[in-house]
Design a protein around this ligand. Structure first.
Ligand code: PLP
Length: 398
């Protein structure tokens, strides 16, 4: 075994493209940063981003907001979730998802995860009937997309409204359909570690008139909703404008300006991510004790991170892999860690939710090892990452 060390930085994204920097400078020179601060004949960067994102996803309506988490909370309110309601969601997800459910005073009901890292559809059926929940906040966690036709069949049959958390699937598809187009609403994040980067930011899409107008009002449009261009006709707003609270969470022109440029480059970036993913995946094939996640044919994923399983390994063995990889510069996240670490936590660490044992999911969750693949890594870097992980898995598994 060699002692190669990796020297890249797992949280280093690419610079913002020069064209986007110029667009941002133009916004700053104008002094008009607020989305409703536009000249009489000006549409503004935020509304243009909404139009372009609606066109990109094929949705009728789009709304840009302050963060992905804000979009999730806004979507829950817009579909009518109320205090005390049960809302189904994935046990395998990140903290802002159950957090959005808690933010509207609702109760997260966790649904198990399969060894393909998607929501367990059998458990979903059980939890729908046990909880009586009418809403599922479906998280495409780490970009793994469940069989959407099967999921929608279950949810439509049970009268369950689906909100899709597409924080890790912007640019991805299921069976050729852009991720976020199966549910009633979909939410995306433009936070630095996602697929387009404005520091913080979020987008929401829907085809539903009522949901769109409520979301726009909720986001803090005052009575300026007419300035939106990816919206239902103004008459629809008349019905809800007096009873929809303003829960301020708008996006500004500065962030929209840099996102518009990145959205145009997203397809190329997706190819760049997937090239890196495939190099790491190839390098980890046929490593004894390590299980790769085979991606379904219908899934057009974005390989901005990669996961593998160390099934039935002891905590000490997994910890050894993680710490030895770290010593060689490779940052792995272990979803089984008993204490929440950095961005990673698991469903039993969200103690504001009712305790919900999920023994079958626990054996999968405690086996999940996760690694980011920022585009600042070269293909050679990715081959090196795989060699180091392979070495350390073989060594700890001996
Ligand atoms: C990042 C993330 C969010 C929330 O997005 P923010 O823009 O950070 O609020 C929601 N769900 C998942 C799975 C995420 O990774």
């Amino acid at each position: 075994m060699s002692d190669e060390v990796f020297r890249g930085n797992f949280t280093q994204q690419e610079p913002i493209p020069e064209e986007a920097i110029e667009a941002a400078v133009a916004v700053m020179r104008s002094g008009r940063l607020h989305r409703y601060n536009v000249l009489p004949d000006e549409v503004g960067e935020v509304a243009l981003l909404e139009e372009e994102f609606a066109a990109y996803t094929g949705a009728k309506y789009a709304l840009a907001v302050a963060s992905g988490g804000y979009a999730l909370g806004c979507a829950l309110r817009a579909v009518g979730v109320d205090t005390g309601d049960a809302v189904l969601t994935n046990a395998f997800t990140l903290a802002p998802v159950p957090g959005a459910i808690a933010s509207v005073g609702a109760r997260p009901i966790f649904v198990g995860v399969t060894d393909g890292l998607v929501i367990d559809l059998d458990d979903l059926q059980v939890k729908i009937s046990e909880s009586g929940a009418r809403v599922l906040m479906l998280s495409h966690m780490r970009g793994h997309i469940v069989d959407m036709d099967a999921l929608m069949y279950i949810c439509n049959g049970a009268g369950v409204t689906v909100i899709e958390d597409c924080a890790h699937t912007m640019g991805a598809t299921w069976d050729g359909v852009p991720s976020g187009r199966y549910g009633a609403v979909a939410c995306y994040s433009t936070q630095t570690y996602k697929h387009i980067n404005s520091g913080e930011g979020g987008l929401l899409v829907t085809d539903d008139d009522e949901v769109a107008v409520r979301a726009i009002m909720l986001s803090g449009s005052y009575m300026l909703y007419g300035a939106h261009t990816a919206r239902p006709p103004v008459e629809v707003f008349e019905k809800v404008k007096y009873d929809t609270p303003n829960i301020s969470g708008r996006m500004d022109h500065l962030r929209a300006a840099i996102l518009r440029v990145q959205l145009r480059q997203l397809a190329t970036q997706v190819d760049n991510w997937n090239a890196r993913y495939r190099v790491v995946e190839e390098g980890l094939r046929d490593v004894a004790g390590l299980t790769l996640i085979e991606r379904p044919q219908q899934e057009g994923f974005v390989g901005s991170s990669i996961q593998f399983l160390l099934l039935d390994w002891s905590d000490a063995q997994i910890e050894a892999v993680v710490s030895r990889c770290k010593a060689r510069g490779v940052e792995l996240k272990w979803f089984g860690a008993p204490e929440p670490v950095a961005f990673t936590s698991r469903y039993d660490s969200w103690r504001y939710a009712d305790p919900q044992p999920l023994p079958e999911s626990d054996s999968v969750l405690r086996a999940i090892v996760d690694m980011r693949l920022p585009l600042t890594f070269t293909l050679e870097d990715c081959a090196l990452l795989a060699r180091i992980i392979r070495d350390e898995v073989l060594r700890a598994g001996d």
